[in-house]
Design a binder for this molecule. Sequence first.
Ligand code: BG6
Length: 509
Amino acid sequence: MKKPENHILVIFGASGDLTYRKLIPAVYDLHKTNLLPDKFAVLGASRTELSDDKFREKMKDGIKKFSNYKEDEEKIINEFLKHLSYLPVDTDNSEDFNKLKDHLEKLDKDLGTNGNVIYYLSTPPSLYGIIPTLLGKVGLNNSSNGSWKKLIVEKPFGYDLQSAIELNKKLSKYFKEDQIYRIDHYLGKETVQNILVTRFSNGIFEPLFNRNYVHHVEITSVENDGIENRGGYYESSGALRDMVQNHLLQLTGLIAMEPPSSFDSNALRNEIVKVFQSLRPFNEKEILSNAIRGQYTSATVRGEKVAGYRDEKGVNPKSKTETYVALKFFIDNWRWGGVPFYIRTGKRLPTKVTEVVIHFKPTPHFLFSKQQANNSCNQLILRIQPDEGVLFKVGMKVPGQGFDIQTVNMDFHYSDLSNTYLPTAYERLIHDCMIGDSTLYQRVDAVEAAWKFVDPILNAWKNDENIPIYGYPAGTWGPEHADDLIEEKGITWRYPCKNLANDGIYCEL
Ligand code: BG6
């Protein structure tokens, strides 16, 4: 693994949850695996007044809870914490960016980081346009004299197509496209990258990934948690913006793309963009029947009363924000013409699971009795999380008289590989940015194409009173209407586990 050049990592939004739970634990794991440069510092920046020591203390706690930290690592963690410092920065006060400049110059001189800096925007999205502008105004964007400056922007990148275009305009005033790293942490997951390896390193799967052999594709990414303490953010986002526009469409891109000519960042991203550009746009009529939205209502899950979405902190008691989305759509190109893609995501479902299921077409002729009933037996299931792995379902003869067929599993679990350490998505992506590899970051055209697909649904849900939002009891698999998306007899969504709630009512909200 390549070691990055010496640099400083500035995290804006350093007092926030993402820094505490994901970013600093990931940087710590990079430290442990010796993947940080020799000369390196993290500067936390946010509005909150914090001393260096308080910041380090908080981050130590985060590392212990969320990194690959082991009990006997006190010395390693303390060593790592020496690289951390903190500076209060108020984005309402442009003078603070002059202070930041002085501070960075001093840090750079003391450490010898050659003027190289990564800025990580982990703030509320409303600041994504403001911070790069303020950095630019004081010259902190300049990649000059052989030094570099990079900018990582957290999702959501924009609120809809128009705002994404505007945000991009603001960023590009001071940062060039090759300095901007738009993160979608799903692309950093080992198992998401394994989609590419499964498809393009095996001669047996790729020839089958098309309309001739695939009946339909199902992508599920659901969670048992609710919205936690993120009511404010979630109310203005909803599941379509939070999960579909980015994570689920990225998974779709990797499943549906053509083989890239090389594993070069542009070659790969060109193919993903082509998929997004081939997504068949929804017209108004189709939205009603092909896009289902739901919102969780209160129910008892494993014996505990769980609040409904409208009772959560920061949520409007009459909210129409969706916490569940299921879509049926098509990719209009030669490879996938006519193959339906079904995707769903939701909060407060029975379990946390992300998986892709490729359902293959049945055989053209049923040679064995009972085969017909079993006609969807071939499925390739790429389990993204948890219990990461790959499952292949095939029909086999039941031993004994006659020719009865049973579906059996060929099952691979990453956990079966001894000593396998799966780096977290943030670990992978932060390191990629450090070494200047943007392959697993989103390019501007992909972000815009994804918004273009999602925008008509957002608009219809906002403006058309006649489109229902269904209430589903927490702990269930979402609105029953999502089943109707799959019209074919005998075919349903794959349910990795049962409903957990048997109280609460399904209703229209
Ligand atoms: C984030 C969303 O991008 O992804 C969250 O904002 C969601 O709402 C999370 O919970 C899911 O990520 P993961 O890696 O836990 O599947």
